[in-house]
Ligand binder design. Structure first.
Ligand SMILES: Nc1nc2c(c(=O)[nH]1)N[C@H]1C(S)=C(S)[C@@H](COP(=O)(O)OP(=O)(O)OC[C@H]3O[C@@H](n4cnc5c(=O)[nH]c(N)nc54)[C@H](O)[C@@H]3O)O[C@H]1N2
Ligand SMILES: Nc1nc2c(c(=O)[nH]1)N[C@H]1C(S)=C(S)[C@@H](COP(=O)(O)OP(=O)(O)OC[C@H]3O[C@@H](n4cnc5c(=O)[nH]c(N)nc54)[C@H](O)[C@@H]3O)O[C@H]1N2
Ligand code: SF4
Ligand SMILES: [Mo]
Length: 905
């Protein structure tokens, strides 16, 4: 059992995005307070709202506590760790003996610590002898990895966060940085405030919180980035913006790349037509790029998650190579990593086509190096299956067993219903998770409880190659154990006790560090051998630092990658890659005329297994939605706030229509977060086409042809209740975690429901209960509130239309110990007697400031700047993630007099 030393304050790293902010944690009884770590180089004390709300997720709710094995009746039964691990080891051995080692697979995650990841990769590639271990980074970073390897000869990110502060132009391509890397975005915004001449260009089909802050927004057609950057390459060449010496001596392939770029991009009008963007906007972007020597091009999922993702990456890198704007302060292409340890996973070779420590699976000498170092009986010599193919192989019965660790593929893979089917057919599904009920654990034959954040101990590496410690600060719940421990236990049962004798994370990190220097001699940039030899105590005290950290040589001098003009292809030169634009694989049609784009919202993390627990985070966007252009809504016959069905060739879902004004015509946006645990029918993965990039294998998550239709219901409703009670029987529902209650949004098709009886059955009817009720059967309206000891216990509101009373107002009533008389009257009439009681939907999650309050401040109090709003209402002054939304509200309401207060849901 890992022992946890009691400390007053523990420094750790945020387990969400690849920004990798440092946190400082205090535990007081069962309350955990998380603030930014002032000393961390990434965030210097700041945190976004997800980081600030971490304390709300360090809770026992929903945790997977014990190992379990499914019995012959299909029921999960609790077992001892020893029995469970014996079972896992024996069953895997049986399957390998019967069907060969390619019949078993692992599917892991960029949310594993480097130490867990290292052990998983070592076990599978060196001791099972297959490379059938892939990771959710296939869905995320694999196009960037492939692009880096093609251009640089090694997967190297040559930019650091300081470079953003040194740049004169920052280009954000396919990145909603304001919501997905908030602290990084704030560093950009602050620098821009300090140096207003610094320019920010955002390239994204949608208008987003990020584009709100941009000098120039190019709303290009989905998938057309290669055309845009080929055009840029051609333009730079035409205008002589070239570092000729660098191109000649440090690169190869410029001539071919330029010829290909000219073919599609020599004429601005052609680029404008392909990208669907006004030629003048494109010309302005090209001009800005040409005149600024210090330019950083950041890119993330709008680039990577595409059937031409790797080419997009290289088309961007080509422009930096032509201008020699790489390996210098304030310049370079910058792949923003998504998950907290996406980078660490690449260090250990987590992808099925990589070996450990940036060594290559297809190099005999690298294989020999790794095998010798590991003292392993074998080493995989063929690339394993990539995520989408891996689940296809499970579906086809070629893979008989899969061990899934720290990822939720039933939600997050494309064609996700097929993933369900594959898992339901698979002979042995082992799942290690921190949460008991997920869409994926539902298919497990063996469930292994893992340590959660706050219990885990190890390291992660962020977007700028900074290694930082995640330290434990609470005792593990139940029998949860480290992922590396489970894997090592199975290895030991297979007779590899010596090679997997780890007693703690420090020993694993030490081995990882040593391997990085093994037979390296400067051939690989990834080298942290200087960190080898730390004992547990020094490891525990490890301060954040960037790699490389070689044992020999000057680490500080090597921090600026490529500063010496040396790349990692055999000849030491970088490569231009010839790229030709191609549209998304799956074209729009009459049947599916709209392009479905998927992505993230500000306050949720992926499949919500953790952020779904935090009331603060549920307040910003409570429900799954489909965002579309007003014209398309009209054509499809759906109205703002109503429910719509979205259908593709692969699947369908139902979500709330939102007409935000952010979507270009012909496109839809649906968030990725809602699983079957949180909504009846909103798992967007089921709709996404499974086409992948031919080089990286990364799926085309951002483009699936779809159609939208009204989803007809006869009633809408919602319920709030202090103790969770199932309201999951209606046709459509979403569950939302509140501070003192659980909330359900509901809709249904049945008529003649006896609402008073249903309310009592679903929400409780204690003998001393006092029900405040109003019903108008002919109008289809019902309002009922259960009051116990003057406190509201639960309520249910039903209407034929979606315009129900304000949830924000009702949430406020749950915070009160006693209801006042006006509150009671409000419940009966269905609206607050005093309109200021209704804050509206939350905009600033940190201080819980709602839209109505902000609009009121702008209109009635004359708060006409973000600063004035912050000074008076506090909104936007903590994490700052809502500043772009404040700007939109200011633009909409400045100059409008008081009243009417916006309606709200
Ligand atoms: N709040 C929050 N933050 C997160 C996460 C989270 O779940 N929630 N997840 C983390 C992870 S793992 C990741 S990978 C990152 C992802 O971070 P981002 O990549 O910033 O996020 P996404 O919302 O997936 O997509 C980014 C943008 O790409 C745009 N886009 C779509 N198609 C195209 C195209 O063809 N070209 C261009 N140029 N743009 C396009 C979309 O409209 C979208 O606004 O976020 C990390 N941070
Ligand atoms: N349509 C669409 N799909 C997408 C994307 C998209 O943009 N559009 N983005 C893709 C991207 S970039 C990503 S990164 C993926 C993310 O997709 P997933 O990885 O499936 O999402 P998570 O919800 O983060 O899943 C992590 C799981 O691990 C558990 N967990 C957390 N910590 C630990 C731990 O330490 N050990 C163990 N054993 N379990 C742990 C959590 O409870 C959770 O169940 O989604 C991809 N899918
Ligand atoms: S930006 Fe937010 S989510 Fe990302 S690491 Fe920092 S605090 Fe965590
Ligand atoms: Mo990701």
């Amino acid at each position: 059992m890992p022992t946890f030393p009691a400390r007053a304050e523990v420094k750790s790293t945020c387990p969400y995005c690849g920004t990798g902010c440092g946190v400082s944690v205090r535990v007081d009884g069962d309350r955990t307070t998380v603030v930014g770590d002032d000393a961390h180089p990434t965030n210097a004390g700041r945190l976004c709202v997800k980081g600030s709300a971490l304390g709300e997720t360090v809770v026992p709710d929903g945790r997977l506590l014990y190992p379990q094995i499914r019995d012959a009746n299909g029921l999960l039964q609790r077992h001892h760790w020893d029995e469970t691990l014996d079972h896992v080891a024996t069953r895997l051995t049986q399957l390998i003996e019967q069907h060969g080692r390619e019949s078993v697979a692992w599917y892991v995650s960029g949310q594993l610590l480097t130490e867990d990841y290292y052990v998983a990769n070592k076990l599978v590639k060196g001791f099972v002898g297959t490379a059938n271990i892939d990771t959710n980074s296939r869905l995320c970073m694999s196009s960037a990895v492939a692009g880096h390897k093609r251009a640089f000869g090694e997967d190297i990110v040559p930019v650091a966060y300081d470079d953003l502060e040194r740049a004169d132009l920052i280009v954000l391509v396919g990145s909603n940085t304001a919501w997905c890397h908030p602290i990084l975005f704030q560093r950009i915004v602050r620098e821009k405030e300090r140096r207003p001449d610094m320019k920010l260009v955002v390239i994204d089909p949608r208008r987003t919180a990020t584009t709100e802050m941009a000098d120039l927004h190019l709303p290009l057609r989905a998938g057309s980035d290669v055309a845009l950057f080929n055009g840029l390459l051609s333009y730079l060449n035409q205008h002589g913006v070239i570092d000729a010496a660098f191109v000649e001596h440090r690169t190869h392939g410029s001539r071919e790349a330029l010829a290909a770029a000219d073919a599609s991009g020599a004429q601005l009008a052609d680029v404008a037509a392909t990208c669907g963007v006004d030629a003048s906007l494109i010309a302005e972007f090209y001009r800005l790029f040409a005149i600024h020597e210090r330019v950083v091009s950041c890119f993330s999922m709008g680039v990577n998650q595409s059937s031409s993702g790797t080419d997009k990456v290289n088309a961007i890198i080509n422009c930096h190579l032509l201008t020699g704007r790489i390996g210098k302060p304030g310049a370079g292409p910058f792949s923003l990593t998504g998950q907290p340890n996406a980078m660490g996973g690449r260090e250990v070779g987590g992808l099925s086509n990589m070996l450990a420590a940036h060594m290559e699976l297809d190099s005999p000498s690298d294989r020999d190096a790794v095998q010798t170092f590991w003292r392993s009986p074998m080493i995989a010599d063929q690339p394993g299956l990539k995520a989408v193919d891996l689940f296809d192989a499970i579906d086809q019965g070629r893979i008989k067993a899969v061990w899934i660790i720290a990822t939720n593929p039933v939600v997050s893979l494309p064609d996700a219903d097929k993933v369900k089917r594959a898992l339901s057919r698979c002979e042995l599904v082992i799942v290690s998770d921190v949460i008991e009920k997920t869409d994926t654990t539902a298919f497990a034959h063996v469930l292994l409880p893992a340590l959660g954040w706050g219990e885990k101990d190890g390291t992660v590496t962020n977007s700028e190659r900074c290694i930082s410690r995640q330290r434990p600060f609470v005792e593990p719940l139940g029998e949860a154990r480290a992922d590396w421990w489970m894997l090592s236990q199975v290895a030991q049962r297979w007779g590899y006790a010596e090679q997997f004798a780890y007693r703690n994370a420090a020993e694993i990190f030490d081995e990882h560090a040593r391997l990085s220097g093994w037979r390296n001699d400067g051939r690989r940039y990834f080298d942290i051998s200087g960190l080898a030899g730390m004992d547990a105590e020094r490891y525990d005290a490890l301060q954040p630092l960037r790699w490389p950290q070689p044992a020999h040589g000057d680490a500080a001098a090597q921090q600026q990658a490529f500063a010496d003009g040396r790349y990692f292809h055999d000849d030491g030169r970088a490569r231009f890659i010839t790229t030709a634009p191609r549209p998304p694989v799956n074209a729009l049609s009459d049947e599916y005329p709209l392009a479905l784009n998927t992505g993230r919202v500000r306050d949720h993390w992926h499949t919500m297994t953790r952020t779904g627990l935090a009331p603060t985070l549920a307040a910003h966007i409570a429900e799954p939605f489909v965002d579309l252009h007003a014209h398309d809504a009209l054509t499809c016959g759906v109205a703002d706030g109503s429910l719509a069905r979205v259908t593709t060739r692969w699947g369908r879902l139902v979500a709330r229509v939102r007409i935000s004004g952010e979507m270009p015509r012909g496109t839809l946006f649906v968030p990725i977060h809602w699983s079957a645990q949180y909504a009846s029918d909103a798992r967007v993965g089921a709709l996404v086409n499974p086409f992948v990039d031919p080089v990286s294998g990364e799926p085309e998550f951002k483009h699936t042809p779809a159609r939208v239709e009204p989803f007809i219901v006869t009633w809408h409703g919602f319920a709030l209740a202090r103790s969770a009670r199932p309201m999951e029987t209606s046709t459509w529902w979403t569950r939302i975690t509140g501070a003192q209650f659980v909330r359900y949004e509901l809709a249904g098709r049945d008529t003649d429901t006896d609402w008073p009886s249903l309310a009592r059955a679903a929400l409780g009817a204690a003998a001393d209960a006092d029900w405040l009720e109003y019903e108008d059967r002919s109008a289809g309206t019902y309002r009922g509130a259960l009051i116990v000891d003057d406190r509201i216990e639960a309520c249910l509101f039903i209407s034929k239309r979606a315009d129900l009373p304000s949830r924000a107002w009702l949430s406020g009533l749950f915070a009160k110990d006693r209801l006042s008389e006006p509150d009671r009257i409000g419940l009966l009439v269905g609206e607050p007697l005093e309109p200021t009681d209704d804050q509206g939907p939350t905009v600033c999650s940190c201080y819980g400031i709602g839209r109505n309050r902000i609009v009121d401040g702008i209109r009635r109090q004359g708060l006409h700047t973000v600063q004035a709003l912050g000074e008076t209402l506090r909104c936007g002054t903590n994490c700052g993630s809502c500043v772009p939304e404040l700007k939109v509200l200011l633009a909409q309401n400045r100059g409008l007099a008081s009243d009417p207060v916006l309606p709200s849901i």
